[in-house]
Design a protein around this ligand. Structure first.
Ligand SMILES: [Cu+2]
Length: 143
């Protein structure tokens, strides 16, 4: 009667010890993985001010028309900013063509090279495309 109780007690104690050991190991590995992923997340986060598309630009702003795209496709400028698109896509013709009433003034000829400029005087959002390749899209936000 005494022996079975002892045996059970010992067995119970061992089980708890093993469980505690597993819990510690799990806690350590979980801690290690969460630490490393936290460091990775911090290192891949861009520094403040790094994304150029979020910056408000003024004066003369340049946009490249190259590789079947406007780069940067999205810009934010202050009123009075002159935006110049430079066409350089290996002989592929493109345009800068405004969409909707507010952007109707944006209307370049078909160009393979050279540049086209437009001065944005009024605040608003101006969407434009290449009329030959409508998948080429750009946006100028004027503040
Ligand atoms: Cu085009």
């Amino acid at each position: 009667m005494t022996t079975p109780a002892r045996a059970r007690s010992t067995h119970f104690g061992r089980t708890r010890l093993v469980v505690a050991g597993i819990a510690v190991a799990a806690a350590l590995s979980a801690c290690g993985s969460s630490d490393s992923s936290g460091v990775a997340a911090i290192s891949t986060t861009p520094a403040p001010g790094a994304p150029t598309t979020a910056q408000v630009q003024s004066g003369d702003v340049a946009v490249k028309v190259k590789g079947m795209a406007f780069t940067p496709a999205t810009i934010t400028v202050t009123a009075g900013t002159k935006v110049t698109w430079t066409f350089d896509d290996g002989g592929i013709p493109h345009t800068v063509t405004g969409l909707k009433d507010a952007a109707m003034g944006i209307n370049s000829p078909i160009l393979k090279e050279g540049d086209y400029s437009y001065t944005f005087d009024k605040p608003g959002t101006y969407n434009y495309i290449c009329s030959i390749h409508p998948d080429m899209k750009g946006t100028v936000t004027v503040r």
